[in-house]
Design a binder for this molecule. Structure first.
Ligand code: ADP
Ligand code: MG
Length: 233
């Protein structure tokens, strides 16, 4: 599903090169729930952004679902992302002037989904994440937890094979964070791949696999708690 080899991302800082990621070799199986942990600055966001094609590698290769991301041009990459990948950020990244429903429709507009079907799917997915009654509101009228649900609905509405979430619970209280994690676990149970960047060690128990990054390298790769004893819920 995801294959990285000698993957690197280097930033030019002043007149020196800074290696945010340095030689990552990693295979992630389809349908697995992988948690990525590590201290601030260890390269988690850099890795997440390479997987979603938001950013490009400086060296090495990353292949996701058969597409060599380094070889796609910008528009091919955008189309690929629109059809296959859902992305959730810590800061929600909702458009403040659009209603909740309009935010969720955006990825379908991008793929040219028929307006009626788009509206139907939007209401369905908003119901699934428990905020269908908020559809006509503007995002800022919602709580943080509700806003993140909108972002998750938007990420899932095109039925992606891969969901990448970068510290999605970082701005939420612990109770709300658990609810959001329940939604992710449900997604992973559907046989799709989930890459979750998280600070919260506790959430590793829900993953199949926990990758630790340190200074841009893999510093740990162990089984998570998911699937043991019939799965942690
Ligand atoms: P994490 O998400 O684990 O906190 P990041 O992937 O955001 O880490 O960053 C990894 C390292 O790369 C950090 O040291 C950060 O300062 C550096 N970095 C990230 N983006 C840039 C950039 N645009 N220019 C220079 N350095 C960057
Ligand atoms: Mg980060």
């Amino acid at each position: 599903m995801i294959s990285m080899s000698k993957l690197a991302r280097t930033y030019r800082v002043g007149d020196a090169d800074f290696h945010a990621l340095n030689g990552i070799d990693l295979e992630i199986a389809r349908g697995s729930f992988v948690a990525v942990v590590g201290k601030s600055g260890s390269g988690k966001t850099t890795l997440a952004n390479l997987v979603t094609g938001i950013d490009r590698p400086s060296a090495g290769r990353i292949v996701v679902e058969g597409s060599d991301l380094g070889a796609l041009d910008e528009s091919a990459l955008a189309r690929w992302r629109g059809g296959k990948v859902g992305v959730v950020f810590q800061s929600f990244q909702l458009l403040p002037t659009l209603t909740v429903a309009e935010n969720v429709m955006l990825p379908m507009d991008f793929l040219g989904v028929d307006a009626r079907l788009s509206r139907e799917r939007t209401m369905e997915i908003l119901a699934k994440v428990g905020i269908v009654d908020q559809a006509a509101k503007l995002p800022l009228a919602l709580s943080g937890g509700q806003q993140q649900r909108v972002a998750i609905a938007r990420a899932l509405v095109n039925d992606p094979v891969l969901l990448v979430a970068d510290e999605p619970t970082g701005n939420l209280d612990s109770r709300t964070a658990e609810d959001v994690l329940d939604l992710f676990s449900e997604f992973a149970d559907g046989g799709r791949t989930l890459l979750l960047v998280t600070h919260e060690r506790d959430f590793s128990a829900r993953a199949d696999r926990v990758i630790t990054l340190r200074d841009g390298r893999i510093d740990g790769d162990v089984s998570g708690g998911r699937g043991r004893n019939g799965g942690v819920r």
